[in-house]
Every structure is written in C-alpha cells, then in structure tokens.
Design a protein around this ligand. Structure first.
Ligand code: SAM
Length: 252
C-alpha cells in the first residue's frame, strides 16, 4: 500500500472485524467508558464541536452503529438558534447489524425516531450504498482503523461528498510524549484485554482492538493518505497528547 503502511491479514480481516463487533456490541458502551475512563465522551463532544454543524446539514456517519456521533450531532443542532430539526439529517452506515441494533435501541430511548432525520443503513465503508455527491459532511469515529483498505474508504468518502463537503475522522493515533507512550502501551497491552475478559467475558476481541490501534498510521501518515484521496486543506488536531486525533479535509 502507499505510505509504507501495510494493512495486514487482508483476507481474514473483514470476517474478523465483523466477529469482533458482533461479540462486543452488547457491552460496547460499558467497555468504552471503562477502557477510556469516560474520556471517549469528551473526545466525541470535541469532534462534534469542531464539525460545528449548522441546521440544514446532511451528515453521513460511517461505522457509526452505536449512534454515538449521530446523537451528539442532533443534540448539538438543537442548541442552535432556530434549529428546525426537520431540515437536517444524519445517516448512520455500519457494516454490522448487531452494532446498528444497539444504536437503534438507543435512538428509541432518546426519542430520535423520525426517519427523515435519522436513518440506519447497513453498508461497507469501502463500498458505500450512497449516491455520489449527495452528502455535505462525512464523519467516521473509531471506525477507519477497522476497515481493510483505508485508501478505498477514503476514496468512497470523497465520492459521496458534495463539492465543498467536509470529511472528518476521529481515531486513535500516536501519543506524542515518550514517557506517556510507554505507560499507554503497557496499559493497553495488558489491562485492556484483561478488562475485556472480566467485564465482557471476551479476551480476543479486546486484544484485536489494541493491535488495530498499534497498526494504524500516525497523524502525518494518515494526513498524507487523506490528501492522496483528493481532499484539500487537510489538518489534524491531537487530543490527550495524541492518544486520539481529529483529521479534517475538504472536497474543493
Ligand atoms: N462510531 C462509533 C463510536 O465512535 O463509538 C462506533 C465505533 S466501533 C469501535 C467501530 C465500528 O466500525 C463498528 O460498529 C463496526 O461494525 C464498524 N465497521 C467495521 N468495519 C467497517 C466497514 N468496513 N464499514 C462500515 N463499518 C465498519
């Protein structure tokens, strides 16, 4: 692949990823809170603040099964003057039914049931069941590192965005402080699978999650990949010393 970044186990990866999220879907929320000490909520809030959507926007949230980004997006719009909620929409596209069901159940609970405003769609980030140049923003949060061919997912993001549309990605990245990185590495390699076993009764899926974080390209490499897909004005912002990064780019 480009940029010296190898996607490993290309033949087995999609099935493996499906299996992982099938297994973790029920305990997904609880595990996120435990593993990140609740910080993932802050990262996601910042992500939506940076997107700063205005009423009238139509968002496609890819790998968004849990609804985490979609609900924050709608809640954020509500805080705007004259939000006119019917004028905006979010489509959540995820490859995994079990994850989509988690999100749908949460949508019922929070009263987000208007199908003109929130739509759930099963589909692959590498081959989106979405029309060309049809959405004004594309988000992907903690999803792109699970995709087998990241370059294909980026090409698809570029295809479905309208000219002027914005791509935004929230993903684990490279911690930029040597000491913190050492602590973080040993935490993630030892503690996360153990907690997965204790809390969710699953070791392997959490071991996979940690490995996928390690293999994902660093901030600069990923920025180059986004530019290679055609995006302009590509920038990134580190959160929590680069534990995660927000990448942004425009289809101009
Ligand atoms: N976006 C949510 C969040 O931030 O909490 C969920 C992130 S979860 C860690 C990763 C999601 O990516 C899972 O729901 C999984 O089913 C989905 N996924 C994995 N590979 C995918 C692909 N090729 N296309 C679409 N979704 C995918």
């Amino acid at each position: 692949t480009h940029f010296g970044f190898e996607t490993v186990d290309e033949n087995v990866k999609p099935e493996k990823v499906y299996d992982v999220f099938e297994k973790v879907s029920e305990s997904y929320d609880k595990m996120n809170d435990i593993m990140s000490f609740g910080i993932h909520r802050i990262w996601k809030n910042v992500f939506i603040q940076r997107l700063n959507p205005s009423p009238g926007i139509d968002l496609l949230d890819v790998a968004g099964g849990s609804g985490d980004i979609a609900f924050r997006f709608l809640n954020y719009l509500k805080t705007k003057p004259n939000p006119n909620m019917e004028s905006s929409s979010v489509t959540i596209c995820d490859i995994n039914d079990a994850m989509l069901n988690v999100g749908k159940a949460r949508a019922q609970k929070s009263g987000y049931t208007d199908e003109n405003v929130i739509k759930w769609l099963q589909g692959d980030a590498e081959n989106l069941p979405i029309q060309t140049e049809s959405v004004s923003a594309y988000t992907i949060s903690f999803g792109i590192r699970n995709v087998t061919h990241i370059d294909k997912a980026l090409d698809e993001a570029y295809r479905v965005l309208k000219p002027g549309g914005r791509f935004m990605c929230l993903e684990f990245s490279r911690v930029n402080n040597d000491l913190l990185r050492k602590i973080y590495d040993s935490y993630s390699f030892t503690v996360i699978p153990v907690m997965g076993q204790i809390v969710a009764g699953q070791w392997k899926p959490y071991q996979y999650l940690v490995e996928s974080i390690r293999k994902f390209p660093d901030q600069e490499t990923f920025k180059n990949m986004i530019e290679y897909a055609g995006f302009r004005a590509v920038t990134f912002e580190n959160l929590t010393f680069g534990t995660v990064a927000i990448h942004s780019g425009f289809k101009l």
